[in-house]
Write a protein that binds this ligand. Structure first.
Ligand code: SF4
Ligand code: SF4
Length: 86
């Protein structure tokens, strides 16, 4: 049932992985509080259903490979606890 294995982009993932930038260093994985960043053999995937949109992974990436799926600015996003989905 997997769609779009070629890139890590899925319609439900709030975070996108720029696969051309990502060197699979794994630096973002330990940061994620819900462990929804998964390193596969040749790819990094975000499990969208588990992502709480905390944004912690974005500045953790040394090469800027992670971005919001909806085009929001990466770093400096303060999403306080609670629902403020616009
Ligand atoms: S935004 Fe937060 S929950 Fe979502 S992948 Fe990044 S660190 Fe994990
Ligand atoms: S920190 Fe960046 S380069 Fe490293 S695995 Fe995560 S997305 Fe890829």
């Amino acid at each position: 049932m997997r769609v779009g294995e070629k890139t890590s982009r899925t319609s439900e993932a709030p975070i996108l992985v720029a696969v051309e930038k990502c060197d699979l260093c794994g630096g973002c994985i330990g940061i994620c509080p819900t462990d929804c960043i998964v390193l596969t053999e040749h790819n990094l995937m975000i499990v969208g259903s588990e992502c709480i949109r905390c944004g912690l992974c974005l500045p953790a990436c040394p090469v800027g490979a992670l971005t919001w799926n909806d085009g929001d600015v990466a770093a400096g996003q303060s999403t306080e606890a609670g629902d403020n989905g616009k």
